[in-house]
Each structure stands twice: as C-alpha cells, then as structure tokens.
Write a protein that binds this ligand. Structure first.
Ligand code: ADP
Ligand code: MG
Length: 385
C-alpha cells in the first residue's frame, strides 16, 4: 500500500545534460562572446528594428526590453503593463482564481531548450492550475530574471509565451524584470462562478477516478534526453514525447466543462501517484488503481498489448505512475455522472480514462492484471527529498 508521504520516491528529476556546441549556442546561459552566428534556430530570428531608426542598436535596457517584448494592449483587463499595478475587472458573481508557478533552469528545464518552448511551458503550467479549479483564464503577470538581454532569446521566448496566451484569451498585464540567473515566475488570474471551483477535498468513497489525455510521455522524453533509457527511442517517438515535455497542453476547456460534474480535481505535475495523494489526503479517503490500463495511458505505448509494451513494463509503470510534467487533469466523479464526464471530454476534444475508484480505506492500492495487489512503490517528485 502506498500512502501519502511514505518517504520513497521515483528517481530524481533534474534537467541537466552535457551540451554540445549547437545546444550551447541556443542557451541564454552562455557568455555573450560564445555566441555562434550562423547557428540560429527558427525561434531566434530578431524582430526588425522599429521604423525610423536604430532604437535598439545600443544594449537593450530593462524598459526597452519590457516595451519591446512584453508590453501589449489589453482588452479585458482595466489596465495592463506600464503602471505600478494592473487592474482587473472580474465579472459580477465571479471569484478570482490565482496561482503562481516558478521555472528554474536545471530544475524545470534544460539550459538549451528552445526559448519559444520555454515561453509556452511557463504559461502552460500556470494555465493547468486554473484548469484544475475549473477557472477561465483572464490575465497573468511575468516575473523574469535574465542573465542578460539576449534579443534572439527574448524574441523566441515572448513568441511562445504570447501565442499560448492568445489561444486562451489570457492577457499579460504586468510583471518584473531583473538581471540574475534565469528564472521565470508567472502568476495567473482566472475567474470561476462563486462557490463552483473544483477542489482537492471533494472526493467521496465510490467515486470513479479519471485522468485526461496521456500520462508518462514527458518522463519518457526526460529520461531519454538524459541518456537514462536502456533502449534508444525511435526518432518519431522521442519527438512526440519531447513535445509533451516541452509544450504541454493545459486542459483549460476540460476543467471548465467538469465544473458541477467532477467532485474533486488536481492537475498532474509531480506524477499520478503523488498528485492523487493530495486528493486522498485533502478528502480523507483512499483509492485503487487498475494498472492494466497503463499501456493505454502512455501515448508511446498506446495500442500495445501489455505483454508487448515497448521500453518494458517497469519503465512504463514508472513513467505513468510517477512520471510528472504531464499537466493532465486527475479528477473524481460519482459513477452516475459517467456520461457527463464523457460528454465534457468530447466537448473539450480530449479523452478521459477511468483508472480506478475512491475507497473509504485510506491509502492507495495498485492492482495488476491478475487482480493482485502490487507492493511496488512509485512515488512522486518532491523538490526537497
Ligand atoms: P515597479 O518598479 O513600479 O514595480 P517596474 O518599473 O518594474 O515597476 O515595471 C514597469 C512596468 O512594466 C510595470 O507596469 C510592470 O508591471 C511592467 N513589467 C515589468 N516587467 C515585466 C515583464 N517581464 N512582463 C510584463 N510586464 C512587466
Ligand atoms: Mg511601482
């Protein structure tokens, strides 16, 4: 049986690997003199200079940088970038949902990640928190520490960030910019009808346990990129898994569609078992999971019979149960609402898989194909253990 806080965990998740010359050229962390012209990637094309001059020919200062990459007109917010505070105007009867997530180089991303992917992910992980509460995104702030004002990097980063922001109608309304080790902290604001936010504490014995989309592929990519996979992944499998790691899809539409249907919800950032542990603890319940569903849950193994899963059953379970970085929704709902859950998933153009059930007895129990309870310990990532 696995209970929350049993003290064991999956292998340590650290985003570091040796960089080759091309990867070094992409990293904002390299010293300026090491910049390699001619090694541009598509994310690094700088914007043309503004008409009428070379306003940015001198080294870019803090306020030039904000004006050029992060100052955009707002439509829904009452006031955006440029004043001491932004002003939001939540609609009557709505509560503000607020969440922050910080991304630190070497801890949450590789130094050589494409800047546009990093911009996307920095906002995606925050939108995922809004999704878990069933909130609709409104606005966000961006606190950025940068080793230096690298325009090619800023161009890629802001493009990835703002493209996802536009997709969700979530406006950049302010932030802070400072020199320092690369660190990105976003605070996101959403709105939810008063009293209707989904919480971790609502799971009840007898509820079905559901998960959206796919689990484990982000961890597969992380292991492969760190050279920790015993076998080499086919290039297209690695590319797909890497997309999941670097450009996760926050389940914003599904979260809103589940309001009034799900009894509890959380987003899976630290791994299924660990994040489920938060629901179990907050709700004072236990759960069972049917691990025979694992091959269907991981995109890289979907469609394979359990005895023929590529990369081995142990790897599959480790990635699916303890992987992390999936940003799917894990939620519970009474069995009488199965059709509503499926309708919500269809409406949100994603899938939802019932992987188990909530039980009164505390703890988490995993069952194998023979219906036997497994004693393997798959635990979540914890930054301080
Ligand atoms: P203050 O010193 O009053 O906190 P700043 O001078 O740091 O404000 O910032 C000026 C304006 O630019 C503010 O409106 C702030 O919200 C905004 N801002 C600063 N950094 C960013 C950023 N990275 N993204 C978006 N807006 C930013
Ligand atoms: Mg101020």
């Amino acid at each position: 049986m696995i209970g929350p806080g049993t003290g064991l965990r999956g292998s340590k998740r650290v985003y570091s690997h040796a960089l080759n010359e091309e990867q070094k050229a992409r990293s904002i962390l390299r010293p300026a003199q090491e910049r390699a012209p001619g090694q541009e990637n598509p994310d690094r094309k700088p914007k043309p200079a503004p008409p009428g001059g070379c306003a940015y020919a001198r080294p870019m200062g803090e306020f030039d940088l904000i004006a050029r990459y992060f100052h955009r007109p707002v439509r829904r917010a009452a006031l955006g970038v440029g004043d001491d505070c932004a002003l939001l105007a939540p609609a009557a009867g709505m509560q503000l949902a607020v969440s922050s997530d910080m991304l630190v180089e070497g801890r949450h991303f590789f130094a050589d990640v494409y800047p546009a992917h990093l911009g996307h992910k920095a906002l995606a992980v925050n939108l995922s928190d809004l999704a878990a509460c069933g909130a609709r995104p409104l606005a966000f702030t961006l606190a950025l520490a940068l080793p230096r004002a690298d325009e090619a990097w800023l161009q890629g980063f802001s493009e990835g960030l703002l493209a996802l922001a536009d997709e969700h109608g979530c406006e950049l309304v302010g932030g802070d910019t400072t020199q320092g080790p690369l660190n990105i902290c976003i605070t996101v604001f959403g709105e939810v009808p008063a009293g209707q936010a989904m919480l971790r504490s609502g799971a009840r014995p007898g509820d079905d346990l559901w998960v959206s989309g796919h689990l484990g592929d982000a961890r597969l990519a992380l292991d492969a990129l760190q050279g920790e996979m015993p076998v080499q992944l086919p290039p297209q499998v690695l590319a797909q898994a890497r997309e999941r790691l670097e450009r996760p899809t926050p389940r914003v539409a599904l979260g809103q569609a589940l309001r009034g249907v799900a009894s509890s919800a959380i987003d899976v950032s630290d791994g299924l078992v660990g994040d489920l542990g938060h629901i179990l603890q907050a709700s004072g319940v236990g759960a069972r999971i049917d691990t025979t569903l694992a091959p269907q849950l991981m995109a890289a193994c979907d469609g394979h019979a359990p005895e023929h899963v590529p990369y081995g059953w142990e790897n599959l379970l480790r990635c699916v149960l303890a992987g992390g970085d999936d940003y799917e929704l894990l939620f519970t709902a009474p069995p009488g609402r199965r059709a509503q859950v499926e309708a919500a998933a269809r409406q949100a153009a994603t899938r939802a898989t019932c992987i188990g059930a909530i039980e009164a007895e505390p703890g988490l129990r995993l069952f194998d194909a023979q219906g036997r309870q497994m004693d393997a310990q798959y635990l979540a990532f914890d930054h301080f253990r």
